[in-house]
Design a binder for this molecule. Structure first.
Ligand code: FES
Length: 61
């Protein structure tokens, strides 16, 4: 998935925007991402993608 791609369609937030927010604010949980960016607060179908991104960035796999 490229940075330009929309990860949360409900809130129209791209993967890149989330990546930057996670890194800048050192987010570690989906809940923190939801509070900071509103991504994942609509239909909820992107929550697993957010978790994947968190794992990737925070090196949990
Ligand atoms: S696509 Fe992210 S909450 Fe619906």
């Amino acid at each position: 998935m490229e940075r330009e791609e929309t990860l949360c369609h409900c809130m129209e937030i791209t993967k890149g925007e989330l990546e930057d927010a996670i890194k800048e604010k050192k987010l570690t949980t989906v809940e923190q991402v939801q509070d900071e960016t509103e991504a994942g607060t609509g239909c909820g179908s992107c929550v697993y993608d957010i978790q994947d991104l968190l794992d990737e960035i925070n090196g949990n796999r």
